[in-house]
Ligand binder design. Sequence first.
Ligand code: C2E
Ligand code: CA
Ligand code: CA
Ligand code: CA
Length: 278
Amino acid sequence: AKEFGRDNFQFYAPEFNIRTQEKFVLQEELRNGLAHSEFTLLYQPQVDLRSGRIFAVEALIRWKHPMRGMVAPDAFIPTAEETGLIVPIGDWVLHEACRQNKEWQDAGLPPMTVCVNVSARQFREKNLIGRVVDALSASGLEARYLEVEVTESLIMQDIDVAVATMNALQNLGVQISIDDFGTGYSSLSALKTFPVARLKIDKSFINDLATDENDQAVASAVISLGQKLNLRVIAEGVETDDQVAFLRENNCDEMQGYHFSKPISAQDIEKLLGGPKD
Ligand code: C2E
Ligand code: CA
Ligand code: CA
Ligand code: CA
């Protein structure tokens, strides 16, 4: 509107309006989506590189939006994080992942760990431990079959608080892995004090593993670091035979990626594992 004059131009910069408005709309839709059960979890198998056995699945959220179809997490997790909606959404993920894993066990599938991604905001909530306890007791799942994935950068934001929370999770019997490892610059001395079971080599180091000498150096360094600190190491984003061959030669423990399976529905996990026994 011209009558406001030049000085107000910045305030009405179209980009500012669109982005703010989009965020607001998305926030309302997320709230609505939660109330109307529009979220679902896919599960991606994690495979032991030596035995070929599926020992765990990572739960990955999807949003079945009534108009936009299947929405990937990168399109809504950042806004959920900024608005705090990640807390109730994250609670739903924890409950659903634990419930599903117990259902698989009750149906006679070989016991697996279910890995759940926990974001920074969720991790820093005062009562995260209580929320995890709730999900375990509501589902009846034993704590050792739940694993929490936290990113290296989340831990490094406040190491003391992160270690205290990780210790509390470990005391419950829940396992912890460091996601996106190699991207967040943990110091080796700090890493030694983290109560974690696994390191996940970030996908960005796996993509060009067959040809890029720097990526090969990082991947093999993380693998030997894990061995020396007695941590398991998993490579994520594994797509090709060449990547698998490199990981085997370098004694990596585990892999996850399209090479073995994309993230799939709970029903497809059952089919993959041989279906319920009767
Ligand atoms: P992430 O935890 O690093 O998950 C790995 C991502 O890589 C997933 O994307 C997965 O589908 C994808 N991926 C797996 N194997 C391959 C492969 O071989 N090649 C390629 N190109 N990609 C592969 P997705 O499902 O879109 O999730 C993206 C991110 O969203 C996740 O990254 C995680 O940070 C976040 N996220 C997903 N689910 C949740 C959740 O329930 N809660 C929270 N807080 N964050 C979540
Ligand atoms: Ca993850
Ligand atoms: Ca990751
Ligand atoms: Ca990532």
